[in-house]
Design a binder for this molecule. Structure first.
Ligand SMILES: [Cu+2]
Length: 395
């Protein structure tokens, strides 16, 4: 049988490849990974690199395990400006009956394209877990989470676990979205590929007694347009502290019921900046309750963020930060977790105070958010009749 031309060509390609792999200095067999000399003639051609695993959202015994798409870091990406994407989480098989599940935590790890090799957490902008707030409110009859946000992980705070025995109840047929985004404030070299590995802890209903938490996010705001800076109030009840006029660092304004425009992502000029924002209407407590977990979202150069009870003049909670040594970024941000909880009151006034210290000589961008996880004293596992639609602040 005549030898096909193709195999002669293939042999030529293989031999030229092998030739290019060996240098003139090659003196003998190379050591294998085990330290034993490898047989030079029997060495198989190198396996082609494995393609990176597909993005995934998988249910596991502990909850949900998600791997984001691969993001390429090829230039500086400031906070909220990097590549991002959204993945839908299904807490049950499509045909399985719906019930309650308790979300108890969210943890993110930054990894390489292979989904395993750890990369520094400084490329993390955020991992957000959201439900549709309108759907959530319809199911539970009162606003459990005014923004729909359940968890936010960001620089300095990559692991949020609610205290033991507490969870956020959701229906297993609710739409839950995971948004992941990367950032790069320091790396100027070769492009690199990173992705988020996100683990969500879920306790199925009936496994153990669980206490229900609802989340209210309170945001530091800077006024863009309007006659005073108290979000959600026509006239300020207290004189003095209110959020100052600001400059937005990105599009995406908050507009309150009175037409005043605010930004939650503002420019911090070089130097120190103390910002105060009245957050009583953002908390809109339906009853007196207790806070059991506080997650904190800040940007680099933030020094601290505190929640103050203006009625009593006391600090409810203060988070401090630690900057990355020699680089731009947050290495650590405090958080709060307690079974006992901190009391908060429906008829008290609350204020958020953020302190930034921009130690560079150029403008930086900032956010200041506390996610307050509070005991839901009116939670009922049975969906309630839908309330009349409320006018809500829009973004
Ligand atoms: Cu942010």
């Amino acid at each position: 049988m005549p030898r096909p031309v193709l195999s002669a060509f293939a042999a030529l390609v293989v031999s030229s490849l092998l030739a290019s792999c060996s240098s003139p200095n090659d003196a003998g067999p190379v050591a294998s990974a085990s330290g034993e000399p490898a047989a030079a003639s029997a060495a198989p051609p190198p396996a082609p690199p494995k393609p990176p695993p597909e993005p995934r959202v998988t249910r596991t015994p502990a909850g949900v395990d998600a791997l984001s798409p691969v993001y390429t870091i090829d230039k500086i990406y400031r906070s909220m400006m990097g590549p991002q994407s959204q993945q839908r989480i299904h807490l049950k098989e499509e045909t399985a009956p719906a019930g309650i599940a308790w979300l108890t935590g969210l943890k993110a790890t930054m990894v390489g394209a292979d989904g395993e090799t750890l990369v520094p957490p400084e490329y993390m902008c955020h991992s957000n877990l959201d439900v549709d707030p309108i759907e959530h409110e319809k199911i539970y009859g009162h606003a459990l989470s005014t923004s729909g946000r359940l968890f936010t992980l960001s620089q300095g705070q990559l692991d949020v676990q609610l205290p033991p025995g507490f969870g956020i109840p959701v229906r297993t047929d609710q739409k839950i979205d995971l948004t992941t985004q990367v950032l790069n404030l320091n790396h100027h070299g070769e492009p690199m590929q990173v992705r988020h590995h996100v683990e969500m802890s879920v306790v199925p209903d009936g496994v153990k007694p669980m206490k229900p938490l609802f989340m209210a996010g309170v945001y530091g705001l800077h006024l863009l347009k309007g006659d005073h800076g108290v979000f959600g109030e026509e006239k300020p009840k207290h004189e003095g502290s209110a959020c100052t006029m600001g400059k937005a660092a990105s599009n995406g304004e908050y507009v309150d019921q009175h037409g005043k425009e605010f930004t939650g992502h503002w420019i911090v000029k070089p130097g120190r900046e103390v910002s105060k924002t009245r957050v009583t209407t953002m908390m809109s407590l339906p009853f007196d309750t207790t806070i059991h977990h506080i997650a904190v979202h800040l940007h680099p150069f933030a020094e601290s963020l505190k929640l103050v009870d203006l009625t009593t003049g006391t600090t409810v909670y203060e988070a401090k930060t630690r900057q990355l040594g020699g680089k731009i970024g947050l290495e650590h941000v405090d958080s709060f977790s307690s079974v006992e909880g901190i009391p908060v009151f429906k008829d008290h006034e609350y204020e958020l105070v953020s302190v930034y210290n921009n130690t560079t000589d150029v403008d930086q961008d900032s956010m200041a958010v506390l996610l307050l996880y509070m005991l839901d004293k009116e939670f009922s596992p049975e969906p309630k009749p839908a309330p009349a639609p409320k006018k809500r602040a829009s973004r």
